[in-house]
Design a protein around this ligand. Sequence first.
Ligand SMILES: Cc1ncc(COP(=O)(O)O)c(C=O)c1O
Length: 407
Amino acid sequence: MAAPSAIAELMRDLGEALNTNPDLLFLGGGNPALIPEAGDIFSRHLQALLNDKALVQRWLGVYQSPQGSESLLPLLSQYLQDQGWPVSAKNLVVVNGGQSAFNRLFNLLGGPSVKGTQRIHLPMLPEYVGYRGQMIGGDAFAVSRPIIALESEHRFRYKLDRSALVLDEHSGALCLSRPTNPSANVVDLEDVRWLEGEAKRWGIPMLVDCAYGAPFPNIMAPSQAYRWRPGSVAVLSASKLGLPGLRTAVVVADEELASLLAHVGAVENLASGNTGPLLLESLIASGDIHRLTQLIPEYYQPKRKLMLALLDEHLQDVPYRIHGADGAFFVWLWLPNLPVSAKVLYQRLKARNVLVMAGNDFFFGEEASWQHARECLRLNICQSDQAMAEAVAIIASEIKALYSKAK
Ligand SMILES: Cc1ncc(COP(=O)(O)O)c(C=O)c1O
């Protein structure tokens, strides 16, 4: 944990851009947009909670149970059942954020064990950089490269390479973010079911990270919604609804694993915070959660369109490719044969007050031997239209300068 870390660097950049130097053009970390209509809904609910004096006493003055709030869990389980998830309250555990959920899951299911080191399989790179550096005793990930499908002159898509996945008795779990951070990919449901089948064959869980997906915040096509199945683990987070400050997530797992996660939570943290679960309960009970899961994807749609249009306009003279922008709030840019590493490009952009994410660290070490992994940038679409336009103009000028210098 003390080792150099891409996620720690990312959060440092984020803190600087959003808290201390707001003049930076911030297309970097994964902070959601501040959506005024969502903010109004949150304020209204929080105000109503504050008006209930008895509730405020419990809110501030009582530790939550290890599994989570007794009033939230049945309500949340009904909400998930309504979306076709075969769950009961016993399958749910409230956690202080998805990051913390993955820390517990990776360390329970992977790393040193009596059977030797168990690996967490990431079946499709690039994958969420925040998974790295979490495992006690050193990361034990087994990663697979995807198939790169070229879709048109300036578009491409990663596809699962089923032949690249090799599970064995040292496999502890599979893990996939869907929509995927960073590529904005939404892996085909058929492939997810195939991965779940492979996991089942080896008696291990498939972890599906729904941070950006269904049921909330739902920043993806509804027809592609994942539904949890026994044997798998889904991690839901309130962060990308617009609530990263509350640090609230929910893990959906088989009862035995759910109660183990609750046990670990008590050891690690005594209890999770009360504010997020209380607000989530209020949003679900009132039905406003449905309003949010409509308005949030609607908010990002024109932003995504604008980012694609800006890139297409400004990058005309370079050999760029953009990944199919299926979900989440990122656009993933591939610059084939980029003359320098994307990390160098990141530094050059930072010097010009533009923060992006270099793609390298999303490739879990493969960047050393795979040129593609040094040629990508992740751009978020959460800033004002003006900031996005200014940032893309600077990004394009740096990219053009690099390519033309190499000619
Ligand atoms: C794919 C993915 N998973 C999990 C997380 C963790 O989010 P949180 O801890 O805020 O729930 C993030 C945050 O950016 C993410 O992008």
